[in-house]
Design a protein around this ligand. Structure first.
Ligand SMILES: Cc1ncc(COP(=O)(O)O)c(C=O)c1O
Length: 363
């Protein structure tokens, strides 16, 4: 029924396939930045906590009777460490973006997204009645120009803390611009939490920005925290609105208790080991700089390869060397690239090895 579409995908080297992870390969592909996904102590502690409750499943929506003390405890922890008034857990980052982007912009409002904003936000933007515009990636002049030249009741701007594919850091000026235009600012911190900031809490932490009423932070648990799920931090007012209007929070089973507790344990571990983790991140940045002259903002090293065919070949070559890396192709990115994640639980010398190999085969 869809052969024509599949053939076209195949022809352009954009065919995707799920494959079980090859455990013989060293994982430079996943977003498990801090290696928490294999930390059994975190898992054991989680099991212990969740087992102490009568019910270990959320059972229903947070808005029915699925809101559990484990959710609430985690939300309180998040508001405390991040300095926001309100937190709401969500089933995933995808669902959290759908919640935010579908619910916040109303008729007569203007939604402005960075052109590299995550696919979940782009999808949600197609569901809104508001006007939707995109600004050039991380181009603050372009964002300002759009805000200056548009009529709107409310403006909502959406950016990522560290962009998931290009790996670059959001321009700090976005905070000032949003303040000046009284715009709501959504910062998707999927790839910055656990990786940047004095306390490893992401870009608010990195830039020393005290959350204001117009700030919204979305964090995910499936990356540095080694779990699954997400959270939305905001003012109490925005939190109250989302709880009453965001469909993916209302009409979905509450997040898994095991996943939320696992992320909670991940945060506690991160808090205890901030210095050591930060040092390990710094060392991976130094290696990337040494071999490629590239300054990583977080722990994403994007290496452009030009064609989709070449990037797949390069990925195969790396597999033969024992390394797993992401080969990202259009339409996910404009130019095909290897996405290399120097996870800090992989020894530095192994990261040096892949860098040496890449610098040799690429030249
Ligand atoms: C920037 C960004 N936002 C949101 C998501 C979605 O998060 P999740 O995987 O938790 O659904 C992802 C990752 O897939 C992402 O990279």
């Amino acid at each position: 029924m869809y052969s024509k579409e599949l053939n076209a995908i195949n022809k352009s080297n954009r065919y995707r396939k799920r494959e079980l992870e090859d455990k013989d390969l060293i994982d430079f592909a996943s977003n498990d930045y801090l290696g928490f996904s294999s930390n059994k102590k975190l898992l054991e502690k989680t099991f212990e906590v969740v087992s102490s409750y009568v019910s270990h499943a959320p059972k229903s929506s947070q808005l029915v009777n699925g809101y559990h003390p484990i959710h609430q405890k985690f939300e309180n922890y998040l508001t405390n460490i991040n300095g926001f008034e309100n937190a709401i857990v969500a089933g995933s980052g995808f669902l959290a973006n759908i919640a935010l982007i579908e619910a916040l912009p109303r008729k007569k409002d203007l939604l402005i997204l960075d052109e590299q904003y995550h696919a979940s936000g782009v999808l949600a933007s197609k569901l809104v009645d508001a006007k939707v515009k995109y600004f050039r990636h991380n181009d603050m002049e372009n964002l300002e120009e759009i805000l200056l030249n548009s009529d709107f009741q409310r403006a909502i701007v959406a950016v990522e803390g560290i962009y998931s594919m290009s790996g670059d850091l959001v321009d700090r000026r976005v905070f000032d611009i949003c303040d000046r235009f009284n715009a709501l600012l959504i910062v998707d911190e999927a790839h910055s939490v656990g990786v940047v900031g004095k306390n490893l809490l992401g870009v608010f932490d990195l830039f020393g920005i005290k959350p204001k009423k117009n700030h919204i932070k979305m964090g995910t648990l499936g990356k540095a925290l080694g779990s699954y799920g997400a959270y939305i931090l905001s003012s109490s007012h925005i939190g109250e609105y989302l709880q009453n209007r965001a469909k993916s929070l209302i009409y979905a089973t509450a997040p898994s208790l095991l996943d939320i507790e696992l992320a909670n344990q991940g945060f506690l571990y991160m808090h205890k080991n901030t210095e050591e983790i930060s040092e390990q991140i710094y060392l991976r940045k130094e290696i990337t700089k040494k071999y490629f002259g590239y300054d990583m903002s977080g722990l994403i090293f994007p290496l452009e390869i030009q064609s989709s065919k070449d990037v797949l070949e390069m990925q195969k070559k790396l597999q033969k060397q024992g390394f797993s890396v992401g080969a990202i192709r259009p339409p996910t990115v404009e130019i095909a690239m290897l996405r290399i994640i120097p996870r800090i639980n992989i020894e530095k010398k192994v990261y040096e090895k892949i860098c040496r190999f890449l610098s040799e085969v690429k030249n």
